[in-house]
Design a protein around this ligand. Structure first.
Ligand code: BGC
Length: 932
């Protein structure tokens, strides 16, 4: 008999959002979820045990920390509060919970975390590398070969455990005795390397053996010294080497022997280096691998490296922090086999992998020494079947493999590059089979937490397109696109999409990393940049393009992203660690508004483009960017108020709320007429030159203006109703179509839905006519496009190729509406401790929606289905949370789990004219509304 059948069990134990990780946070945050067979179950108390060994933990001896019984319902963001932990220490932990009746449940399974290197002085290794920059091969691109570094070591004692700590200025792949350590790509990620660099830690006990061992490293240029962004395209004098010229790595292996002694093997001047067969390697341009130059056994014991070169070694720069990588490493997340192989000329084939994604290929070939396979990558094909590469601009995005002629065949994968593609053009082979090319999708390994399904195949494809575009662009940082010569952490795209992202994968650690990049990139005047990391010149100006400073609607990512992470995961650490940066930005805006709480027309004339990017890629007349800047100023004030409250800054919270009110009032005074309609002084914008699409003219009365005003809470009551009506009129007057760009699209459907125009919102999402996301789907999209009409089946490419990406997640920001309104899952208390289920149900167009969202507090499910006149809802509320379920029907027509609603069975029941709201705790609820 299970003693605890009625009990409560903690599962999914995580430390700093990760399972059994390395961490370098002094007091890491712990979390768990709860399971219980009992409905309305919650945790009344918990106890955490942290022990210095697995055995002690198993016998419940918390020698490092025994929290004792803590009366609290918290299950996450709980800071370790035991003995001080030191570098390299591994501790084991478990937790048990007391249920709602005060009965204690069983201990969870054990988990652990291990401390990384907490202080700079823990590092005994030097930065080492090999300068191969003289030998570049190509006139258009400077693409030098990459170095191998190696060292042999002798181990005379029995090894108990071994750890590798590895960092690079550039990119590194590390090997022990010929085996790649870990399965991560692009280690250690992109940072402002002048400020900080990350390292990764690995348990390498299984790779080390007694006797001779070989440590080998392969270095590449990466973000540190490779090509970045559109520097080549815009003609910047410096096109690569934004942080340094020669990639360096720092490696430290700590070995613990069974006799209790310890040894360190570190990178230093005793290592040897040599040019590798990877004779070109760049993230944007691609790689060239000459298999004839392979050096057999270089990474294994027994190799003679006497003719290898001395490495260069250098010490640390004192101001550079070296920290454990806080994000999710990039990994292969999926594989694609060819859908079609299309012959396309002499020794040329195009392989269609069926999905637009970011990543690399695995090439399997057989041939003669010196045969060269050229691999070009594209997202689309021209109508005549040629690969589209025009939209890659100056990214060469080409890999070359030169065969060594192995009669058994040879296999190759690029190491330090990735491309955004669906099609691969393979040249140089007579035959291409479905085994020649396999697509390997790379992404920061953020765990899937969402699922979304409806009875519309178009919408299901759209959802898949959104998720794939997120995978393709969440590669160490959130990028705009993964294919052309850009791939920058554009802040506007990131802020518009961040909430959508939270519904698809667990992005807590990913954003912990990027928000730090953003803070590191903040300008000295307090403005956040337009992308981060932001390479800077010695004069602290933008290094890729001099005018890349800040823009309203983009810079606010510095406030919006921490806010969304706080709200989604209850994370107050990200708020605390960003607080000063966020205040500095609010001060910048205050100064910029001259104390008037409004940005009047022309307020941002000094930036490029004038006014900033505004409602980028909208259709028709432009919404004044200064109006949008004012709205964003108000919105940020509101979010700052909420975040100030969350971290106990009561006074600041009050001040920001007051500021929000003042900006709102000033905005209404300056930008609306007596009827409340948005207006603007178009004269100030003249002929619009210098502004984005300024020639189209400006208008205050736009979909984007009302959508944002409603979404950001800038209109209330009767004004909100009016704004909603104007918004819906504007859609109707535009042939039932949207006209919004980056800033207007995200709030459009939420604004329509909260002002009673539910069917209009559904009509827009179900539309397959230009401009709509459905239009992309019916034109064959497997990802989200940069433009509403990047391509049509009939007309092909109607746009300037230089800005026509097929993998841009910004318009995927509708995903937020899909989860929050179609499925109705909306957070009420941070971390979804309480939430509402309030789906909006269309009159026509769709008859069922089913979504799941795995929150930090457990799995939430919301599904509805119309059957005849009835509506069935299936809801799951996780243990220790509460949900307000809004049921569209009168109480006497509703059954829950087969019974009429008994008010004493729920936390409360609110009867309204056309809706019944039931507040309940955990459980599964099948709800039927009859005769709607
Ligand atoms: C990027 C966008 C970005 C924009 C700034 C583009 O080139 O791809 O997504 O936000 O520049 O407007």
């Amino acid at each position: 008999m299970n003693l605890y059948a009625e009990g409560i069990l903690p599962v999914n134990l995580r430390t700093e959002y990760k399972i059994n990780p390395f961490v370098d946070v002094i007091s890491p945050r712990l979390s768990w979820e709860l399971t219980s067979p009992v409905n309305n179950q919650f945790q009344s108390a918990y106890q955490i045990i942290v022990s210095s060994s697995q055995d002690l933990c198993a016998s419940s001896k918390g020698d490092t920390w025994d929290s004792g019984k803590i009366e609290s319902s918290a299950t996450n963001q709980i800071k370790y509060a035991g003995k001080e932990l030191h570098s390299g220490m591994r501790v084991w932990w478990k937790v048990r919970a007391w249920d709602k009746n005060g009965d204690v449940g069983p201990w969870s399974e054990m988990a652990y975390w291990e401390m990384g290197l907490l202080e700079k002085k823990d590092w005994k290794a030097d930065w080492i590398g090999l300068d191969l920059r003289e030998n570049f091969t190509d006139s258009e691109y400077d693409l030098p070969p990459t170095p191998y570094l190696r060292k042999n070591i002798q181990l005379r004692k029995e090894v108990k455990s071994a750890r590798l700590y590895i960092s690079a200025l550039g990119l590194v792949e590390f090997k022990i005795n010929g085996n790649k350590v870990g399965d991560d790509y692009f280690v250690p990620g992109w940072t402002d390397y002048n400020e900080r660099v990350y390292y990764q830690a690995y348990d390498v006990t299984d790779l080390i053996k007694p006797g001779e061992n070989t440590l080998g490293a392969h270095l590449s240029y990466g973000w540190y010294s490779g090509y970045l962004g559109y520097a080549l395209l815009v003609g910047t004098s410096k096109v690569r080497d934004f942080y340094g010229r020669t990639p360096l790595m720092k490696a430290q292996v700590r070995i613990e022997y069974t006799d209790g002694s310890t040894d360190y093997i570190v990178s230093d001047k005793d290592w040897k280096g040599c040019s590798s067969p990877l004779i070109e390697s760049d993230m944007l341009q691609g790689e060239m691998y000459d298999a004839r130059k392979e050096i057999a056994g270089w990474d294994k014991p027994g190799f003679d490296d006497s003719d290898w070169e001395e490495v260069l070694s250098s010490e640390d720069s004192p101001q550079r922090e070296i920290e454990l990588y806080p994000g999710n490493p990039v990994r292969v997340i999926d594989e694609f086999t060819p859908r079609e192989i299309i012959p396309s000329g002499d020794k040329k084939h195009i392989v269609d992998l069926g999905q637009n994604f970011a990543g690399i290929i695995r090439l399997k070939v057989k041939g003669n020494p010196g045969d060269t396979v050229t691999l070009r990558y594209g997202e689309m094909l021209h109508p005549d079947g040629r690969l589209v590469t025009e939209n890659l601009r100056r990214a060469r995005a080409t890999d070359y493999y030169i065969l060594k002629g192995d009669p058994n065949g040879e296999t190759w994968m690029p190491t330090f590059t990735f491309h955004g593609f669906q099609y691969v053009e393979v040249s140089g082979l007579d035959e291409v089979s479905d085994r020649t090319i396999t697509g390997l999708a790379l992404s920061s390994d953020t765990k899937l937490v969402g699922d979304f399904d409806t009875d519309s195949p178009m919408l299901n494809q759209l959802y898949s397109n959104i998720v794939w575009t997120q995978f393709a662009n969440y590669i160490d940082i959130p990028t705009d696109c993964p294919q052309r010569d850009e791939r920058l952490g554009w802040t506007g795209d990131a802020q518009i999409y961040v909430k959508s992202a939270t519904f698809n994968t667990d992005v807590a650690a990913f954003y912990t990393k990027w928000v730090r990049d953003l803070n590191d990139a903040q300008w000295s005047n307090g403005a956040y940049p337009i992308y981060a990391p932001m390479p800077k010149t010695d004069l602290a100006t933008p290094a890729i393009r001099g005018t890349d400073k800040y823009s309203p609607g983009w810079s606010e990512a510095g406030i919006i992203c921490p806010y969304e992470i706080y709200e989604t995961y209850g994370d107050t650490e990200i708020v605390k660690s960003s607080w000063e940066n966020m205040v500095a930005y609010m001060e910048f805006l205050k100064e910029k508004s001259g104390g008037d709480y409004v940005f009047e027309e022309g307020a941002f004339e000094e930036i490029s483009p004038k006014g900033g990017f505004g409602d980028w890629l909208s259709v028709g007349k432009k919404t004044p960017p200064d109006l949008l800047a004012t709205m964003y100023y108000a919105y940020c004030a509101e979010l700052m108020g909420a975040m100030a409250d969350a971290i106990g800054k009561k006074e600041e919270a009050g001040n920001y709320r007051e500021l929000f009110k003042k900006i709102k009032e000033s905005m209404v005074r300056h930008y609306t007429d007596e009827s409340g309609k948005f207006v603007t002084d178009t004269l100030v914008y003249g002929d619009g030159s210098g502004y984005v699409d300024g020639q189209l003219g400006f208008r205050g009365h736009t979909q984007t203006a009302y959508a944002n005003a409603i979404y950001m809470g800038l209109v209330e009551g009767e004004d909100k109703r009016k704004a909603g009506d104007w918004l819906s009129d504007l859609v109707a007057g535009n042939d039932g179509k949207l006209a919004t760009g980056f800033l207007g699209f995200k709030p459009l459907l939420p604004a329509l839905s909260t002002t009673g125009h539910i069917q209009t919102a559904y009509d827009l999402i179900l539309s397959t006519e230009y401009p709509s996301l459905g239009f992309e789907v019916v034109n064959g999209a497997t990802s989200i496009w940069e433009r509403w009409d990047s391509y049509t089946l009939d007309e092909g490419f109607v746009h300037n190729a230089s800005m026509n990406s097929f993998s841009h997640y910004a318009f995927g920001s509708v995903c937020e509406w899909m989860f929050e309104f179609m499925a109705g899952i909306q957070v009420v208390d941070p971390g979804y401790r309480s939430f509402s289920i309030n789906p909006v149900i269309p009159q026509k167009g769709l008859s069922n929606v089913s979504a799941t969202y795995h929150s930090i507090n457990g799995l939430i499910e919301s599904a509805w289905e119309k059957t005849g006149n009835d509506l069935i809802m299936d809801i799951t509320v996780p243990v220790n949370t509460t949900a307000n379920i809004c049921i569209p029907g009168q109480m006497d027509k509703i059954t829950i789990n087969g019974e009429g609603i008994k008010t004493d069975k729920f936390l409360f029941v609110d009867r309204r004219a056309d809706m019944t709201i039931v507040k309940t705790g955990s459980g599964k609820y099948k709800i039927k509304v009859s005769d709607r």
